[in-house]
Ligand binder design. Structure first.
Ligand SMILES: Nc1nc2c(ncn2[C@@H]2O[C@H](COP(=O)(O)OP(=O)(O)OP(=O)(O)O)[C@@H](O)[C@H]2O)c(=O)[nH]1
Ligand SMILES: [Mg+2]
Length: 321
């Protein structure tokens, strides 16, 4: 199971206290209280492992170490150790406490999430010509603590959408080295899958049905994974008696999630063309041409049609958005 939406709490370390201490040596009286160490901060680190949010499945609270207190004899407290949380690229960290949003888009990118509190000054820092025996020291300050929602949105170029069982995963597997499960029943794909066609990342997502937006089937929450794509590939099976209606149904579900999905450029494909007679195929293609004049028929059993899909991808690859 892919974890793609979790809430956690993070608390950076508290700064250590400054010390009040004096030299015990009678020849050199004076303040010797060291300062407290800084509290550890919490950082997010972009990683390629899309399953990295799994670490938050049970553990929900994360703390960085507190700074140590200062001591006498000029001993400053040690800084608290920082904590680094690995987050898959494509993660949006929504800070539920202050409303900020941070996007993790690059591998190895380190971003501060919560800053550790500063340490208090010890009395040595308060010495002056007027006050050679200061008795004051500061407490350390608390670190930032926030509630975070970590939402994974795949970074893909093209999103595959359509009813279940129309051949989305079959095509992904054919075009890329992905191994998305394929079977002759609806809702085979339970989680989004990515595949790379050269530098283009294709995202195969679970099938949609009428009412997905109100929770039918697998629901629509996985549509978040194609929110950032540049383009949608919309697949309609030639087994369907009503291809144009299928198209509208899927569009309605997409719009219910986020109307921005409806503004993305899309390409239509009439799949499983080997299962329709040439006459039926022509009828269905002409119906769909009213929606996308470039619609093409494809079949896993027709290598020429797969080449046509590759041509489209090569064209997209050559003209990045
Ligand atoms: N005859 C024929 N069968 C196909 C073709 N493409 C896919 N299939 C079969 O159709 C069934 C569904 O294919 P999938 O690729 O799993 O379909 P999907 O759209 O990913 O389905 P979900 O994951 O349930 O949304 C499988 O049994 C495939 O072998 C095709 O071009 N021709
Ligand atoms: Mg599938």
């Amino acid at each position: 199971m892919l974890i793609d939406d979790v809430k956690i709490k993070i608390s950076a370390g508290h700064g250590g206290k400054g010390a009040v201490a004096f030299n015990k040596n009678l020849k050199s009286l004076g303040p010797t209280g060291g300062s407290g160490g800084k509290g550890g901060s919490i950082y997010g680190l972009g990683v390629s492992d899309l399953g990295a949010l799994w670490q938050f499945r049970f553990k929900k609270e994360f703390f960085a170490e507190d700074g140590r207190d200062g001591r006498g004899q000029f001993l400053d407290g040690r800084d608290g150790r920082d904590l680094i949380l690995k987050l898959p690229i494509g993660t949006v960290a929504h800070n539920l406490t202050n409303g900020a949003e941070i996007n993790f888009e690059k591998i190895d990118e380190l971003v501060l999430l919560a800053k550790g509190g500063i340490g208090g000054k010890g009395n040595f820092q308060f010495r002056s010509s007027r006050n050679t025996t200061p008795k004051q020291a500061q407490p350390g300050l608390p670190g930032d603590n926030f509630a975070l929602r970590l939402e994974l949105k795949f970074i893909a170029d093209i999103g595959f959408v359509g009813f279940p069982n129309v051949g989305k995963s079959s095509l992904l597997n054919k075009l890329t080295s992905a191994r998305s499960k394929v079977a002759n029943y609806p809702f085979t794909t339970l989680e989004p899958h990515l595949g790379a066609y050269y530098e283009l990342i294709l995202a195969d997502i679970p099938g949609l049905i009428e009412g997905s937006s109100s929770g039918k089937g697998l629901g629509i929450k996985f549509l978040r994974h194609i929110e950032r794509t540049h383009l949608l590939f919309h697949f309609i099976s030639s087994e369907s008696p009503t291809p144009s209606k299928d198209y509208q149904t899927i569009r309605q579900e997409l719009g219910a999630w986020n109307s921005a999905l409806l503004k993305k450029p899309e390409r239509l494909f009439l799949t499983k063309s080997d299962l329709a007679t040439p006459k039926e195929l022509n009828q269905k293609l002409s119906a769909l041409k009213k929606i996308d004049p470039h619609v093409i028929a494809i079949s896993m059993n027709d290598p020429e049609s797969i080449k046509n899909v590759e041509k489209i991808l090569n064209h997209i690859k050559a003209k990045p958005h």
